[in-house]
Design a protein around this ligand. Structure first.
Ligand SMILES: *Cc1c(COP(=O)(O)O)cnc(C)c1O
Length: 467
């Protein structure tokens, strides 16, 4: 399988090259040249596999012979051994819905599913190439901790994560700063998340510095992350009782369009998903697009589901590329209209196609809290605020009789990661799992640093000189 860019300006490259490139060098996003498909019979065979065997069967279609089977199996096995259940993404029946819990990895959020694998994959590819990589990223919480746990202790790879000092939740801060491996550097920035992002952007813009220090990113645009996320959609299908596998709707709490794009890929690969429902919080750029065909930025506002507080969905370009029938020229035109005016409108016929695959719901904080409370009262099950946006979307669908069959809601975080929101909803915080309780006793390490690009560059230089 070869990989191409949505912008059409690079020669086709291999899977390994695509993983190491991250963002395409022409500014686009990387995609496989074609979408592999499974027949209905093949899908029923896949449904009999364990999670790791399922991952192997799916990954092989995207990787071809770029990684020997024996190595790929080992990478997958060690990635998912870090999860607290061999099912990796178990399905729970709650109030007539199926909730797929994606939070059984080391940082209790769904990003672990992709980042545990990406860390192992980077290490493997760097060994093959005899090179090294230094990851730099800014985080408002979830991505940083999942990335640190994916990269910790790996050979030939260091990770520098900037978080806003005092402005990430105590659990998220501990999950990052309690990782004491020599290759992990936590920078507590004197400023907010935007300051951290600006510093990282400016560092990447210094091409000489970037090349000299082999800088790379782990943000959600890396193709391997999408690929890893496709697997749990197939796993959800496999875990459903055979009688419930018809008329399947999957609801996805959405921020950067990474998770739901993986679901769309699964559908195109042949998995019988009738419709994907995109749930947003008040930051509704994507749900507005699905309802109206108009994609317009607005200012991000803070909500109870902070990992979905986005202005721009970085993975959306991948979908737009397919919507334009894989025509890079048309895609580029669309993107330049959007960059120029901050807005983009698709025509009626395209909108119709969008709505065949997707529905959308915007769920504000009040409805999020009401959903957490309602489900807890009815069933005792406690939702985290991100997952609650999806469950609220599902109950609206059922009220409107728009999802008669089976509904799977993806649960993207463990409720104990967001105790304040849960307490607001039900009057008490959720029970604390041992993985979080134990954090309190761990020693922590981070360096407080000015939100200044040159200061951060000097820090990176100094640390790498000692490694
Ligand atoms: C990252 C994240 C999301 C959003 O996922 P996208 O792939 O960006 O759409 C939702 N919920 C939680 C808990 C997250 O960490």
């Amino acid at each position: 399988m070869k990989y191409i860019s949505t912008r059409g300006q690079i020669e086709p490259i291999s899977f390994s090259q695509a993983v190491m490139m991250g963002l395409a060098s022409d500014g686009g996003l990387l995609l496989p040249e074609s979408i592999p498909t499974f027949s209905r019979d093949e899908i029923n065979e896949l449904a009999k596999l364990s999670y790791t065997e399922l991952a192997f069967a799916i990954f092989t279609r995207f990787i071809g012979d770029d990684i020997p089977a024996i190595d790929l199996r080992r990478l997958i096995k060690s990635s998912y051994a870090a999860f607290s259940t061999p099912l990796v993404a178990p399905l729970q029946e709650v109030d007539g819905l199926y909730i797929q819990e994606l939070f059984h990895g080391p940082t209790l959020a769904f990003k672990d599913v992709a980042l545990q694998f990406l860390g192992n994959l980077f290490e493997y590819l760097l060994q093959q190439e005899k090179s090294s990589l230094n990851i730099i990223g800014a985080t408002s919480g979830d991505t940083g901790s999942a990335a640190i746990h994916g990269i910790r202790g790996k050979d030939n790879i260091n990770i520098f994560i900037l978080h806003p000092h005092g402005k990430v939740s105590p659990v998220q801060e501990k999950q990052m700063t309690s990782v004491l491996d020599d290759n992990v550097f936590n920078l507590a920035i004197e400023g907010n998340f935007d300051d951290g992002q600006r510093v990282v952007k400016e560092i990447f813009a210094d091409l000489e510095f970037k090349q000299k220090f082999n800088l790379g990113a782990v943000n959600s645009i890396n193709w391997a992350r999408i690929m890893a996320q496709i697997v749990y959609y197939f796993s959800a299908y496999a875990q459903l009782p055979v009688s419930a596998r018809k008329d399947l709707t999957v609801v996805v709490p959405t921020g950067n369009f990474g998770n739901i794009f993986a679901g769309w890929m699964a559908k195109k690969m042949g998995l019988p998903i009738k419709r994907l429902i995109l749930a947003t919080n008040a930051n509704d750029i994507l749900s507005r697009f699905i309802d109206s065909g108009i994609y317009t930025t607005s200012k991000a506002q803070p909500t109870l589901s902070p990992s979905m507080d986005i202005q721009l969905a970085s993975n959306f370009e991948r979908y737009l590329y397919f919507l334009n029938d894989c025509d890079s020229r048309k895609l580029k035109e669309m993107m330049s209209v959007f960059t120029g005016s901050g807005s983009l409108k698709i025509d009626e016929s395209l909108l119709k196609r969008v709505q065949e695959d997707f529905g959308a719901a915007r769920v504000d904080d009040q409805a999020t809290l009401a959903t957490i409370k309602d489900i807890q009262q009815k069933t005792g099950y406690i939702l985290d605020p991100h997952t609650a946006t999806g469950v609220c979307a599902a109950s609206r669908l059922r009220q409107q009789n728009e999802a008669a069959g089976t509904i799977v809601c993806l649960a993207t975080a463990h409720p104990a990661k967001f105790p304040d929101a849960v307490e607001k909803a039900i009057g008490r915080p959720p029970a604390v799992p041992t993985a979080i309780a134990d954090l309190d006793n761990l020693p922590c390490r981070s360096d407080l640093i000015k939100a200044d690009t040159d200061t951060v560059k000097a820090y990176i230089k100094e640390k790498l000189a000692k490694r």
